[in-house]
Design a protein around this ligand. Structure first.
Ligand SMILES: Nc1ncnc2c1ncn2[C@@H]1O[C@H](COP(=O)(O)OP(=O)(O)OP(=O)(O)O)[C@@H](O)[C@H]1O
Ligand SMILES: [Mg+2]
Length: 478
């Protein structure tokens, strides 16, 4: 089944969804599609239902009674029944659904968490009907989709009723950074990094910016003012909505403050707690919720077990916390130009620097394995203590080989990333020092030193040092 031309990329996802929807088995099949808001879940599964002649039902926030009548109406319409079936309970509705000719499927239920929040028994009801259908040899294809990551994650976990019944479990993620460049139709890699630092790889944000893609690096400032900071563009309010919608939390103040702390560079649990004025133990739950919902991610320190740091996973949220939040009133009244001019220093130090480091780590993941000698086992950042010099060395891009039991772990590469600095001898010396210190505990015999720069390299660098410029960063597209 051909992917519609309007769907950019997502070839892998489409192929698997199409296979799921068109495979005929002699047993019922369950698919679960999840992913953060705005990543294009509905876009994919609606097209799928459309092309296969299946049912698409998008649930809304509603009472059980109203949801049942909406579901009945959608089903009746799909089956061409003059009067829609009426259901008093989900029990009835699901039994009815499983009695429908499976050829009328797949049956796609989008925004499933809206339903299960109001009717918590729904997953068990599906479980029961799937099991019954299995023993009766009925081959109903059911696809559940939703974005409240915590709910969707729980659907298949541990002792959950649907555990072990899914045949397809798919998470729709943002486009990878090099795909985002293509999606925004940007040629200049420098501009692509800048744009990615604001809108990341979330597909919907291109439409939220009214399809306005910056023309050149010189146009970037103006583009920020025209889009992310523009009160008539949905991008302006998006970061706020994300938090409320994604997590349906009540005390959103503390969540916002935790995100602000991380965006401002407080990356350890203690540092975050200090910033928000709470005890470390008081924010544990909030960190877990933010991580479950995909807004925060934990970046382990490769060299120091148990010393993880937190990162904001969605670039727009960082941008909001650093640039927009403190100037909300001015932005809503349309003073974007002034706000951006004043915020640019903070943007350069708190947003683009760390963002570029992350892109370089993503690059290491996508780079051809020959570049580092072999396929990496783990990529991350790490801190090396330098006791003799009473300091520490932060290594931005650490590429480790896959660990083999009983052997010293092999470091494939140690790299430093600088967005705004021409890199040269002194950067390499720091990396050499790190390699020397690490050689006590790790196999560094083949460690490649790497400089990643957004501003270029000094001409007389040791040719053994790997230099990754902006063009190289984007030369990974398969
Ligand atoms: N692969 C894609 N190619 C082109 N545009 C896309 C793609 N995926 C998403 N979009 C754009 O992003 C918009 C938002 O996608 P969609 O509504 O499907 O996201 P979602 O994951 O269902 O989000 P939500 O959880 O908020 O419902 C789409 O309407 C479309 O404009
Ligand atoms: Mg959707």
């Amino acid at each position: 089944m051909q992917k519609p031309a309007s769907i950019f990329a997502r070839d892998f996802e489409w192929a698997n969804l199409a296979q799921f929807a068109t495979t005929v088995a002699d047993y019922p099949r369950l698919g679960v599609v999840s992913g953060r808001r705005r990543q294009g879940k509905t876009y994919l599964i609606e097209a799928l239902a459309d092309l296969t002649g299946g049912l698409y039902f998008g649930a809304t926030e509603a009472t059980e009674t109203e949801s049942l009548s909406l579901f009945g109406a959608a089903l009746g319409d799909h089956l061409g029944q003059p009067s829609p079936p009426r259901f008093d309970t989900w029990d009835e509705a699901v039994r009815f659904l499983f009695a429908v000719d499976p050829a009328k499927g797949p049956f796609v239920i989008d925004e499933f968490p809206y339903l299960s929040k109001v009717s918590p028994a729904l997953p068990s009801i599906f479980q029961r009907e799937i099991d019954r259908a299995a023993s009766a040899g009925r081959r109903t294809n059911l696809l559940l989709c939703g974005s409240a990551m915590s709910v969707m994650g729980r659907l298949l976990s541990g002792t959950a009723p649907l555990r072990g019944r899914a045949n397809l479990e798919m998470v729709i993620r943002p486009f990878d950074y090099w795909l985002a460049k293509q999606f925004w139709e940007i040629d200049d890699p420098r501009l692509a990094v800048l744009v990615h630092s604001v809108v990341g790889g979330t597909p919907a944000y291109r439409r939220f910016a009214a399809d306005d893609s910056p023309q050149s690096v010189d146009d970037f400032d103006d583009w920020v003012v025209r889009t992310a900071l523009n009160p008539v563009r949905p991008l302006l309010r998006e970061a706020r909505y994300l938090l409320e919608e994604e997590m349906q939390v009540r005390d959103s103040a503390l969540y916002h403050s935790v995100l602000a702390a991380v965006a401002a560079g407080n990356r350890t649990r203690g540092g975050i707690a200090n910033f928000v004025g709470r005890k470390s133990t008081d924010i544990g739950h909030h960190l877990v919720v933010l991580e479950d919902s995909g807004l925060l991610r934990i970046q382990p320190d490769i060299f120091r077990a148990g010393r993880a740091i937190y990162q904001v996973a969605e670039p727009l949220v960082t941008f909001y916390q650093v640039v927009m939040r403190s100037q909300w009133g001015a932005l809503e009244s349309g003073r974007a130009q002034t706000v951006w001019a004043a915020a640019k220093t903070k943007y350069w130090s708190q947003v683009i620097g760390p963002h570029y480091e992350q892109l370089c780590r993503d690059f290491a993941l996508w780079a051809p394995p020959e570049l580092f000698g072999e396929l990496p086992g783990e990529i991350g950042a790490g801190v090396v203590a330098d006791r003799a010099r009473r300091g520490q060395i932060e290594v931005d891009v650490v590429v480790m080989a896959a660990g083999l039991p009983g052997q010293r772990r092999k470091i494939l590469s140690l790299g430093e990333a600088k967005w705004g600095e021409v890199m040269g001898r002194r950067h390499v010396e720091r990396l050499e020092r790190a390699r020397q210190l690490l050689s006590r505990d790790y196999d560094t015999s083949e460690t490649i030193l790497a400089c990643y720069s957004g501003a270029g390299f000094e001409p007389d660098l040791d040719p053994a040092v790997l230099t990754i410029g902006l063009d190289d960063l984007y030369a990974v597209a398969p």
